[in-house]
Design a protein around this ligand. Structure first.
Ligand code: TRP
Ligand code: ZN
Length: 499
């Protein structure tokens, strides 16, 4: 038996908001997960419980090569990702039986070897692999834990491009991830709806990949499902073909770089509500038909939030389209899947909507190269969502005083040095958010905005690290500003409220 005691620390917006009906679904915090050892628990690595340990730094552009093997050196997730190659494109052909929760799929992966490969790994959990080919030749393969180990007929030369085709099928099983206090991440099938919420490790529940944010790629999704259902994925919908046999094939293309944890498909009963912003950006939202009118009102602020971040970062919205999909049931969360954020029916409050839009810049365009740097995603989304409401003179469900009070009554640890089970905990969201507030109070609005714009410009479409953020703060605002930032990022002591 597996015994899990997971406590959700739901930060209730009522604590800092005038609207008692609004529940902010993040951050969440876990307690310990324990097992009695009689049944394996699927995890993606060993929980790291010591604090402040030096971690392997995977900095932008120089991911350490660990050739043809497992793992890219992530301090939290040692077996996540693989060495020896980088993926250029995933083309996923997915036959989805929602009622039977069956997937019958072919993944075509175009990659480039960074060294000679006689074997290489992909990350895949469960599912039955029926055949693997490399450059059109049958390849042999092995399964070991969540690794698919492939031996091509001929070794792949260093620096050469190659194509892997994996045929697989079965019922995808969600992953128990030590970083997420939810029961599982990845593929989910509930109430006639398939959806994906993978961050950090869940992509391996539904397609083979180099499952680490240090390797981004473009994606195509070709989804065949019952014609009564709507199939949605990241990017732009390119094609919709009625197969005349009760099924429809829908093609979605994500032509910008994307990490595996943000790849998502949704298949269910959804109604499309679309609009175009003044700048010509298409917003396509998918709502459960019974709630579509109300939800259309709730998500009305989308265009204005996008405007705000375009101004703050001095850069256009990073992708071709945006939209939100709302599930027909409560989940207690929302997640920023690239160009198509997913919201539980109970997570459509304005703050959460702004938070997920914000992540399209910090999180999706600028990703972290190692999970220890998560505050660069969640601290940014927490604070910059507040700044939208502040700027527009609107009440914000999360604001600095409220965050500070919550931090004072909780256990405080620097957001840049949290242990894995606090990856999405209070410190990362609120002390990470307060780090930006303290910086802004210290340097003033203009320098703060310049720091945001430079940080974004240097990392758009790529990856950033805490070290890089520190260097930009020092470059633009000097050593004292960096000291302020560091006092919030590290250490057990909570700094005084910035004034
Ligand atoms: N990144 C999400 C947010 O917007 C939180 C999150 C992380 C999450 N992992 C998840 C939500 C898995 C659902 C499932 O803050
Ligand atoms: Zn977030």
């Amino acid at each position: 038996m597996r015994r899990t005691s997971v406590a959700f620390l739901l930060v209730i917006a009522a604590a800092c908001s005038s609207d008692p009906d609004v529940t902010v679904v993040e951050p969440v915090s876990t307690e310990t997960t324990s097992t009695d050892g009689s049944e394996p628990v699927v995890t993606d690595g060993e929980p790291v419980d010591s604090v402040g340990e030096p971690s392997t730094t995977i900095s932008d552009g120089d991911v350490p090569a660990v050739g043809g093997r497992d793992g890219v050196g992530d301090s939290f997730y040692p077996s996540m990702g693989n060495g020896g190659y980088f993926v250029d494109d995933y083309s996923l052909n997915l036959d989805v039986d929602v009622d039977g929760n069956e997937l019958d799929a072919t993944a075509t992966i175009s990659a480039t070897a960074s060294e000679e490969l006689s074997t290489f790994h992909l990350d895949l959990h469960g599912l039955e692999v029926t055949s693997v080919g490399v450059d059109g030749q049958p390849a042999t393969f092995d399964r070991e834990a969540d690794e698919l180990i492939i031996t091509p007929a001929e070794p792949i030369a260093s620096e050469s491009a190659f194509e892997v085709e994996v045929d697989y099928e079965g019922t995808p099983e969600p992953i128990a991830d030590p970083g997420v206090p939810l029961d599982s991440v990845g593929w989910q099938n509930r109430e006639g709806t398939v959806y994906v919420a993978s961050e950090p490790s869940g992509a391996k529940s539904w397609f083979p990949s180099n499952n680490h944010p240090s390797d981004k790629a473009t994606f195509t999704f070709v989804i065949t499902a019952d014609s009564d259902l709507t199939a949605v994925a990241n990017g732009v919908r390119e094609d919709l073909v009625d197969n005349g046999d009760g099924t429809t094939t829908t093609t979605w293309n994500m032509s910008d770089q994307m990490t595996t944890y943000l790849a998502a498909i949704y298949v269910g009963d959804f109604e499309l509500r679309e609009s175009t912003t003044d700048d010509g950006l298409r917003i396509r939202n998918y709502f459960p038909p019974a709630f579509a009118d109300d939800l259309e009102d709730d998500f009305e602020l989308t265009a204005d939030v996008i405007d705000f971040y375009e101004e703050l970062f001095g850069a256009d919205y990073p992708f071709a389209e945006y939209g939100s999909i709302v599930l027909p049931f409560s989940t207690g969360f929302a997640l920023e899947n690239q160009t198509i954020s997913v919201h539980g029916l109970d997570a459509t409050d304005p703050y959460t909507i702004a938070h997920e839009i914000m992540h399209q810049w910090a999180g999706n365009s600028v990703t972290v190269a190692q999970w220890q740097d998560i505050w660069l995603l969640e601290g940014f989304a927490t604070y910059l969502a507040y700044m939208y409401f502040e700027d527009r003179g609107l009440n914000s469900q999360i604001e600095p005083q409220g965050m500070y009070s919550a931090l004072r009554s909780g256990f405080s640890i620097g957001p840049a040095e949290v242990p894995i089970d606090e990856l999405f905990g209070l410190s990362v969201y609120f002390r990470g958010g307060m780090t930006l507030h303290a910086l802004r109070v210290d340097v003033g609005d203009d320098a703060f905005q310049e720091i945001m714009a430079v940080y974004y410009e240097r990392n758009a479409g790529e990856r950033a690290s805490t070290e890089e953020f520190q260097a930009i703060v020092e470059e633009i605002a000097g050593a004292d500003a960096l000291d302020v930032v560091n006092s919030w990022l590290f250490g057990l002591e909570l700094p005084p409220f910035p004034e």
